[in-house]
Design a protein. Structure first.
Length: 352
C-alpha cells in the first residue's frame, strides 16, 4: 500500500504544479498516470508545440514546460505510479480513500485530486482488419521501452510530432526504420520534418508518402506490413518486426466515471466558488477534467485551481491548524529532502 497526503490522478502540468503547492504546505504527494512518463498531453502528443500563455514565458515548448515543472517539484520528492490507470476507489472508515490501479497497485490518502486533463487516453487505432491479432505481438500504439526495438525492423505510421520524433529517435536503435504517412505534408514541427528528410537522404529512414498500411502479415508474431501507395494504388509488402501506428490518443474519462462523481458532458462538476471539490467530500477535480460556470480549459487556470485545492486539502487534513501563507520571495522553499532555497536577501529587505 502506497500512502501519501494527496493522491493526484494525472501527471500533466496541473497535477505536477499541485505537487509544488502541496509541498509549500508540507504535504506529500503521489501521482498516478496511465501514460509511461509525466507531462500528460504535453509530453505524449505535442512536446515540441509552443505555448504562449504561461506567465513569464513569452513562448515555451510543451516538453520544456514539463521539464521545468519536474525540476520545480524535485525538492518535494513526489512518488509516481506510471503506466497504470486508476481503476477503483474505496472510502475507508477513517475517511481516507484507497485507489487501486488496473495493475493492482493500491494507494491510500485522505485527499484525492483528479487532475486527469481530458481523461485517460486510449490510442486511436487504424482501421486494419487483423490489427488486434498482432497487438503485443509486434503492434504497439505507445512506445514505452525503446530498447525492445533494438536491431529490429520498425515501421511507424503517422504525420504528427510523435511519429516524426520517434522515427528520428529509433534510427539510433532499430536496424531499419520506415515512416509511412498518407499525405506528403506533415503536421508536426518543422524542425522534426527537416530532420526526417535529412535522415532519408542519408539512408537512415525509409520515408514512404503518400501511402497507408492496409494489412498485417505473420503467424505468431508480426513479420510484415501491407501498404498501399496513394498515387498509384499499388500494393507492397514491407518486412517488419514491429508496426507502431501513432495517430494520437483519444481522451476518455474512463473508470473515474463510475466513482459516483457528478458528471456533466464528460467532465466532473466542482464547486468553483470555494475549492474545486466534487460532490464527494475529500475528492477534488482540477484542470481540464472539471467543469463549472465560466470554465476555461487553460493550463494557467489549472495552476490556479491546484493552488486553491491544496489550501482546502490542508484544512481538511489539519482542521485544527491555521496555515499562514508566506510568499516564497520571503520564506524560500523547504523541500522534503532537507534542502532549502532561500529568498534573496535583497528581496527580503525590500519587502521588510
Amino acid at each position: 500500500m502506497i500512502k501519501t497526503d494527496i493522491l493526484i490522478i494525472g501527471a500533466g502540468p496541473t497535477g505536477l504544479f499541485a505537487v509544488f503547492e502541496a509541498g509549500l504546505l508540507k504535504l506529500k504527494c503521489h501521482l498516478i498516470d496511465a501514460l509511461p512518463q509525466p507531462g500528460g498531453q504535453c509530453s505524449e502528443i505535442y512536446p515540441k508545440k509552443p505555448i504562449y500563455d504561461i506567465p513569464g514565458f513569452p513562448e515555451v515548448l510543451a516538453g520544456d514546460l514539463v521539464k521545468n515543472l519536474m525540476e520545480q517539484i524535485k525538492p518535494f520528492q513526489p512518488g509516481f505510479t506510471l503506466g497504470e490507470r486508476a481503476e477503483t476507489i474505496e472510502k475507508l472508515d477513517d475517511g481516507s480513500f484507497v485507489v487501486t490501479t488496473n495493475k493492482g497497485t493500491r494507494h491510500q490518502a485522505p485527499i484525492v485530486a483528479i487532475a486527469g486533463g481530458l481523461g485517460s487516453f486510449e490510442p486511436r487505432k487504424p482501421l486494419i482488419p487483423n490489427i488486434q491479432q498482432f497487438e503485443d505481438k509486434g503492434v504497439e500504439y505507445i512506445i514505452r521501452n525503446p530498447e525492445i526495438y533494438r536491431n529490429k525492423r520498425v515501421v511507424l505510421a503517422g504525420g504528427g510530432d510523435s511519429a516524426l520524433d520517434w522515427s528520428v529517435f529509433l534510427t539510433n536503435i532499430a536496424s531499419e526504420v520506415t515512416l509511412i504517412h498518407r499525405r506528403n505534408e506533415f503536421r508536426g514541427a518543422l524542425d522534426s520534418v527537416e530532420k526526417v528528410q535529412e535522415l532519408k537522404k542519408l539512408g537512415k529512414i525509409n520515408l514512404i508518402t503518400p501511402a497507408e498500411v492496409i494489412g498485417l502479415r505473420g503467424v505468431d508474431h508480426l513479420d510484415g506490413v501491407l501498404i498501399q501507395h496513394g498515387e498509384t494504388q499499388t500494393e507492397e509488402i514491407i518486412e517488419a518486426d514491429h508496426f507502431i501506428p501513432l495517430f494520437g490518443l483519444s481522451p476518455k474519462l474512463g473508470p473515474i466515471a463510475d466513482w459516483g462523481l457528478e458528471i456533466e458532458k464528460n467532465a466532473i462538476k466542482v464547486d468553483n466558488a470555494l475549492d474545486y471539490q466534487t460532490n464527494i467530500p475529500g475528492i477534488y477535480a482540477i484542470g481540464d477534467v472539471n467543469t463549472y460556470p465560466g470554465k476555461l480549459k487553460l493550463i494557467l487556470c489549472g495552476f490556479h485551481e491546484a493552488t486553491l485545492m491544496c489550501q482546502s486539502a490542508y484544512q481538511r487534513i489539519f482542521p485544527n491548524k491555521r496555515y499562514v501563507m508566506k510568499y516564497t520571495t520571503v520564506g524560500g522553499i523547504d523541500g522534503f529532502d532537507g534542502s532549502r532555497k532561500e529568498a534573496p536577501k535583497s528581496v527580503i529587505k525590500s519587502i521588510d
